[in-house]
Ligand binder design. Sequence first.
Ligand SMILES: NC(=O)c1ccc[n+]([C@@H]2O[C@H](COP(=O)([O-])OP(=O)(O)OC[C@H]3O[C@@H](n4cnc5c(N)ncnc54)[C@H](OP(=O)(O)O)[C@@H]3O)[C@@H](O)[C@H]2O)c1
Length: 318
Amino acid sequence: MSRVNRVCLVGGSGFVGRHMAERLAARGVRVIIPTRNRERAKTDLIVLPSVELVSADVNDPAQLSALVAGCDAVVNLVGILHESRSGDFRRAHLTLTEQCIAACKQHGVHRYLHMSALGAGPSAPSEYQRTKGEAEQRVVAAQASGLATTIFRPSVIFGDGDSFLTLFARMLALAPFVPLGSPGARFQPVWVEDVAHAFVAALDLPQTVGQCYDLVGPDVFTLRELVQLVGKVTGNERPVVGLPDGLSRLQARVFGMLPVKLITYDNYLSMTVDNVSSMPYPAVFERTPSALEPIARQYLGNATPRGRYQAFRYRAGR
Ligand SMILES: NC(=O)c1ccc[n+]([C@@H]2O[C@H](COP(=O)([O-])OP(=O)(O)OC[C@H]3O[C@@H](n4cnc5c(N)ncnc54)[C@H](OP(=O)(O)O)[C@@H]3O)[C@@H](O)[C@H]2O)c1
């Protein structure tokens, strides 16, 4: 496999992309990161050597094509959890994937890495999972027509800058108790560095071409256990009141109508199936995935003042 010198990281301005960009930059790879909002994205990305943050809307095929020209690989990380308008999931997950594949073909880019999600499938319960599943089908078809593709399907991803556990940390700092919808939903959280490692390693590993990998951590947690763990590591332990199914649905529908979306009905539907894998973290990447608690202690410790104190105590062994 020829060396990858220049990568277009589509959707690279977000949580996962930042960690991936750091790894690529550390290897001297030139990284092009398009963003629709350079001001919001620039904080930590512009300090990375060899990373170029470009104002662009990748939904426009002409702009995407210009970014992909001259690259050795395209990594597609674009994904959304909530729709603002009907059809957003299809546009972000499916149409953009088709456009990335078309841009690769147009410019003779041979390598394409695709971010999907555990649970994705054309007949999955939520629109998020269905559109991710349809996008996977397009990637498999592109592989059959000569593009060297690899698909990654992580469970929920945790790490510095995540929104999932950090959101719980902020809620626990404010609320006297947590009324939790879908408390029994199961996840196998994977550390963002383990995800970034797999993507970057795949660029050098010919045996990963044509493969689809689940990316999971070593442990399975229910949603209730995750909230309790966040309470423990931030020093904000609160009673967690698990809602029965009917109230979980209602909560998701009501919260989904608020301007800031903590959860939507589509998220609720995603959680009706276990987000766990029957396969361990792939051996081909020669890495042992990290457990959640010690990592969460480090970065969530900084989310609240009390958490910072807890993290100091933990590090001091007290
Ligand atoms: N985080 C998780 O727990 C998790 C778990 C499983 C799978 N995934 C998948 O991993 C990928 C990355 O997740 P993340 O947490 O890093 O997400 P993120 O922080 O929200 O970043 C996603 C990036 O995609 C770009 N983007 C979003 N919607 C777009 C649109 N309609 N058109 C063009 N660009 C768009 C955004 O770029 P700009 O706004 O800067 O243009 C943003 O930087 C997603 O595909 C997600 O589905 C994430």
